[in-house]
Ligand binder design. Structure first.
Ligand SMILES: *Cc1c(COP(=O)(O)O)cnc(C)c1O
Length: 344
């Protein structure tokens, strides 16, 4: 079948296998499948449905929209945590949808406690990243206030969490010690959090002592390995960006969408997979990209810009490495106008 435009092909069977591999590795800790930014621009609903098939019972993300869609898809089959709501209105909406909320500051704790029904919360301690989270010196008072609100029936504290840098083992070890200390303080205040979580893909995969009750896994569920990191056994990229040839001359022109959306810095730094084998990406313009030609190149041929690598194409992380960014970025840059096509 000849394509008339580019497609992001999302292999849901591959996703199920990735989620199974992650869940097996993390057990007995639970794995929360991260679905922020519309499941990294791959579509929350089909991703959540496939991950549920693979046994996932936790989802979570930054934005309320993705979290609400995940909860509506999963219903009672999974818990959903949204960790960056900030306003009383977002808290109210989230609680009404049955979503659990991350709380990283004392004022927001008060706002979350005003929701009409009991808000289920995960309290966040800042263990060194200085992004969001209650500072250690303010933690004891914060926990005391949370315990008071819990006794009053306004909130329930289900979790204590933090986010770590995953830049060096020494820094992560220091964050973990701070985290353990914070959990002790929370328990002394009378809180009984059943979920303690701090690790994302890399720390959770490579350092079992970081798993606790729950790990939050984005990249590895989607087969995106870390920059300069090893391949992750049992996983592979689930998405392929496939664009048609639109003209053939001294080189071959391929078009992703109305606006190309492909990082222009990739020109001259990567290759693509074509019916004639691997070819260099020679130029990225506003509306089309150009690749080296091959014998028999024809309009409508499929060119694979990234994917699992099985046909010679680079993976999203290969592209990230070529231009000094992360493997999530090429995926997130694919225009919403490019159809998402689900296979598997
Ligand atoms: C995005 C995110 C994750 C997932 O990180 P990966 O390295 O992709 O697994 C985990 N925790 C938080 C707070 C995040 O925002």
């Amino acid at each position: 079948m000849t394509m008339t435009g580019a497609e992001l092909r999302i292999d849901l069977q591959r996703l199920r296998e990735n989620v199974r591999a992650v869940r097996e590795r993390m057990a007995p800790a639970e794995a929360l499948v991260v679905i922020k930014d519309d499941a990294y621009a791959q579509g929350v609903e089909p991703i959540v449905a496939a991950a549920l098939d693979a046994g996932a019972v936790w989802f979570g993300g930054i934005d309320l929209d993705s979290a609400v869609r995940a909860k509506r898809t999963a219903g009672g089959r999974a818990r959903v945590l949204c960790w960056m709501t900030l306003s009383a209105e977002e808290a109210r909406l989230g609680v009404a949808e049955g979503i659990e909320l991350g709380v990283g500051d004392a004022d927001y704790l008060e706002r979350a406690a005003t929701a009409p029904s009991t808000a289920t919360l995960h309290l966040k301690i800042d263990t060194g990243l200085h992004r969001n989270g209650v500072r250690p010196e303010a933690w004891a008072a914060f926990c005391a206030r949370a315990a008071e609100l819990e006794r009053a029936g306004r909130i329930r504290v289900a979790g204590i969490w933090t986010h770590i840098a995953e830049a060096s083992d020494a820094e992560d070890d220091a964050s973990r010690a701070e985290f353990d200390h914070a959990v002790g303080i929370a328990r002394d205040a009378g809180l009984t959090p059943e979920m303690r979580h701090l690790a994302a893909s890399a720390a959770a995969w490579h350092r079992p002592e970081f798993r606790y009750d729950l790990v939050r896994i984005g990249a590895f569920c989607y087969g995106i390995r870390s920059e300069d990191g090893p391949e992750i056994g049992g996983t592979a990229p689930i998405s392929s960006l496939v664009a048609p040839v639109v003209s053939v001359g001294t080189d071959v022109e391929v078009a992703i969408g109305s606006v190309d959306g492909f990082p222009s810095a990739l020109a001259g730094r990567t290759h693509v997979a074509t019916p004639g084998g691997e070819r260099a990406l020679v130029r990225v313009d506003a509306f089309t990209s150009r690749v080296e030609t091959w014998p028999g190149a024809a309009i409508g041929d499929d060119v694979i810009l990234f994917g699992p690598g099985t046909r010679g194409e680079p993976t999203p992380t290969d592209l990230g490495e070529a231009i000094g960014t992360v493997g999530e970025e090429p995926l997130l840059r694919v225009s919403p106008l490019v159809p998402r096509v689900y296979v598997g």
